[in-house]
Write a protein that binds this ligand. Structure first.
Ligand code: NAD
Length: 484
C-alpha cells in the first residue's frame, strides 16, 4: 500500500502554473510523500458559467483528500462571479485563517527585522455573515454575530497551534471596552481557555492599540487570535510592515478540510515569463506539510529556502544590488532551493517543527451548560420622521401603549438616550430604539409583546423590528443605552 498522502492541487491562473510547478519540484526533491489529484479552478471555470469558479468534481476531490494546495486565480472582471475562497471557506467550514508574518531581513526590506508573528483569524462569523438590512431612509444595519462555540473553536485552535509550532505567547485582540457582550464573549472565552495552557504566556489588547503596536513594534507579538474583521485588517497590516506580502503563505483550516496558498494574487502582468517568485506558495506548502504530519520535510524545505535567500539567489521582485548575488527566474530559484536541501540558514533562525505531532490540530469543544433564559422586555425599533424629530413627541405618544405594565422606559437614537430627559443638542436620525419593560423588570410574556406591537401599530407607528431583552441566570443580557 502506498504511504503517500493524496492532496488536491490546483495550478490556478496567471503565474499559478509556474509557481506550482516550482513548488511541487521542491517538495518532491525533499522527499515529501505526496500524490496529487489535480483539479481545474479559476478563470476558465468561471467563463464556463460556473459562478463559484470550481466544478462539482473539484468539491468531491476536496471531500476525499481534505487537503488543498492552491495557486492564485484570476477573478474575471464584472458581476456574477463569487469569490472561490469564500465559497471554499463557507462550504467546508474553514473556520481558521492562519497567516504567518515574518521578516526576512536584509533580503526583504523591512523596518522591523525581528518580526515573526502568526495571525489566527476567525473566518466564519462576525460582520462577515453578511446579514444586512436597510431599515429607514437614513439607516442601514449589518449584524455582528459572535457565537460561543465559534469563539471557543478559534481560540483553542490558536493555543494548539502555539503548542504545535513551539510558540510562546498568544495575544487576543478585541474591542470589548465598547462591544461588551459580543467582543466580551470572545475575550472571556480566551481567558477561560488560557487556563488550560499554563506554559503559554497570554495577553489581551484592545484592537486599536493592538493594530498600532503591530505597525510600530511588531516584534513584541508571537501568535495573535482575533475576530474576523479585525483579523482581516491586521493580517494585511502585519504582512505589509514585515514585507512578507510577496513571500507569505496562508492556510484556511477547518475540522475536516484545509486549504494552503500564497497571500499574493495571480500577477497576470508577469505570467508566463518565468519571473514569478514561488516563495509564497512554497511557504503555504510548508504549512501544509506540517498539517499533514510531514514536519521533517517541512523543516528541510523551509531551511533550504531560507539558505537560498541568505545566499542571495533572488527572483526579480526581491533582487537588491549589494545584497543579492544572482537574479534568477522561477524554475532556477526552485533548483537553487533543491540544491540546498539538507542545509540550514546561518543568519536567520532555522525552522523547527514538533516531530511528535503527526495529526492535524483537532479541536474538542467543552460541553455546553445551559443558562436559564428569561424574557424581561423588548426593544422596538421605529422609523419616524415627524414633528422635527422631537424625541418628546415620539416618547409621549408611545407612552400610551401599555400591555399589562409593559410600558416605554426610554428611547435611544443611534444608541444615545434621547427620552426621557435627552439633551437637545443630540443629533437624531429617523431610526428610534424604544425600550419597553415593566417598572420592576419582571417577566414578560410573548402574548404581552404581541399586544404591545398591536397597540404600537394602532398608534400608526412604522416599526422596523423588535429585539427581545433577556436575562440569562439572572444576568442582564443586553447593553444599556449610552447615557442611561
Ligand atoms: P497580485 O498579488 O496578483 O499582484 C500585485 C503585484 O505584485 C503585481 O505587480 C505582481 O506582478 C506582483 N506579484 C504578485 N505575486 C508575485 C510573485 N509571486 N512574484 C513576483 N511578483 C509578484 O494582485 P492583483 O494584481 O491585485 O490581482 C491579480 C489577480 O489576482 C486578480 O484577478 C485578483 O482577483 C487575483 N487574486 C487572487 C488571489 C487568490 O487566488 N488567493 C488573491 C489576491 C488576488
Amino acid at each position: 500500500m502506498s504511504s503517500k498522502r493524496k492532496i488536491t492541487v490546483a495550478y490556478g491562473d496567471g503565474i499559478g502554473p509556474e509557481i506550482m510547478k516550482a513548488t511541487l519540484n521542491i517538495l518532491e526533491a525533499a522527499g515529501a510523500q505526496l500524490e496529487y489529484d489535480v483539479i481545474e479552478i479559476g478563470e476558465q471555470v468561471y467563463l464556463k458559467g460556473i459562478s463559484s469558479g470550481m466544478e462539482p468534481k473539484a468539491f468531491d476531490s476536496l471531500r476525499e483528500t481534505k487537503v488543498f494546495l492552491k495557486s492564485p486565480i484570476t477573478t474575471p472582471q464584472g458581476g456574477g462571479f463569487k469569490s472561490l475562497n469564500v465559497t471554499t471557506r463557507k462550504s467546508f467550514g474553514l473556520f481558521a485563517n492562519v497567516r504567518p508574518c515574518k521578516a526576512y531581513s536584509p533580503f526583504v526590506k523591512t523596518h522591523f527585522p525581528k518580526t515573526d508573528m502568526v495571525i489566527i483569524r476567525e473566518n466564519e462569523e462576525d460582520l462577515y455573515a453578511g446579514i444586512e438590512h436597510r431599515q429607514t431612509q437614513e439607516v442601514y444595519q449589518c449584524l455582528k454575530l459572535i457565537s460561543q462555540p465559534g469563539s471557543e473553536k478559534i481560540i483553542r485552535y490558536a493555543f494548539e497551534y502555539a503548542k504545535k509550532y513551539g510558540r510562546k505567547k498568544v495575544t487576543c485582540m478585541t474591542k470589548d471596552n465598547i462591544m461588551k457582550l459580543a467582543d466580551g464573549l470572545f475575550h472571556k472565552t480566551f481567558n477561560e481557555i488560557a487556563k488550560e495552557y499554563p506554559d503559554i504566556e497570554t495577553d489581551h489588547k484592545i484592537i486599536d492599540i493592538g493594530s498600532a503596536l503591530i505597525a510600530e513594534r511588531p516584534e513584541i507579538f508571537d501568535v495573535i487570535v482575533t475576530l474576523n474583521l479585525y483579523g482581516d485588517i491586521i493580517s494585511d497590516i502585519a504582512a505589509q510592515v514585515t514585507g512578507s506580502v510577496g513571500l507569505g503563505g496562508s492556510a484556511n483550516v477547518g475540522e475536516e478540510v484545509a486549504m494552503f496558498e500564497a497571500i499574493h494574487g495571480s500577477a497576470p502582468d508577469i505570467a508566463g515569463q518565468d519571473m514569478a517568485n514561488p516563495s509564497g506558495l512554497l511557504n503555504g506548502a510548508v504549512m501544509m506539510l506540517v498539517h499533514i504530519g510531514q514536519p521533517e520535510i517541512a523543516e528541510k524545505v523551509g531551511n533550504a529556502w531560507m539558505k537560498t535567500l541568505e545566499d542571495g539567489i533572488h527572483t526579480g521582485d526581491i533582487y537588491q544590488e549589494g545584497i543579492s548575488s544572482k537574479k534568477v527566474g522561477t524554475q532556477e530559484f526552485a533548483q537553487a532551493v533543491i540544491e540546498r536541501l539538507g542545509q540550514k540558514p546561518v543568519n536567520m533562525t532555522p525552522a523547527i517543527f514538533d516531530k511528535s505531532a503527526k495529526d492535524p490540530i483537532s479541536i474538542k469543544l467543552s460541553p455546553v451548560t445551559k443558562s436559564e433564559k428569561k424574557l424581561i422586555g423588548v426593544d422596538v425599533f421605529i422609523d419616524w420622521d415627524k414633528d422635527g424629530r422631537d424625541p418628546n413627541s415620539i416618547g409621549d405618544a408611545l407612552r400610551k401603549a401599555d400591555a399589562d405594565g409593559l410600558v416605554l422606559q426610554l428611547i435611544t437614537n443611534r444608541g444615545i438616550k434621547v427620552y426621557p430627559g435627552g439633551m437637545k443638542e443630540t443629533f437624531c436620525t429617523d431610526h428610534w430604539r424604544c425600550r419597553f419593560q415593566k417598572a420592576d423588570q419582571s417577566l414578560v410574556s410573548h402574548a404581552q409583546v404581541l399586544d404591545l406591537m398591536d397597540q404600537i401599530a394602532k398608534l400608526s407607528f412604522d416599526f422596523i423590528k423588535t429585539e427581545n431583552l433577556y436575562s440569562f441566570d439572572g444576568v442582564r443580557a443586553y447593553s444599556l443605552a449610552q447615557g442611561e
